[in-house]
Design a protein around this ligand. Structure first.
Ligand SMILES: [Fe+2]
Length: 63
């Protein structure tokens, strides 16, 4: 989950940089899409982690 959080922070920073320094809207939107995907990944891992804590291996999707 840490790598997902780091990815969100990194792409968010790049998104802001590219729009403020380059005025590159296309690249900014690309970075925003990546951020949203990474946020989804984080939510999936968080849910799996909580399910693992709560139900053990049988509580996960692949259980
Ligand atoms: Fe990811």
């Amino acid at each position: 989950m840490k790598s997902e959080t780091e990815a969100v922070e990194m792409y968010s920073k790049w998104s802001l940089e590219v729009i403020t320094t380059e005025r590159d809207i296309g690249t900014e939107q690309l970075f925003k899409k990546v951020v949203m995907e990474e946020e989804k990944h984080f939510e999936i891992f968080e849910t799996e982690f909580l399910n693992l804590q709560k139900f053990g291996q049988q509580g996960t999707e692949k259980g």
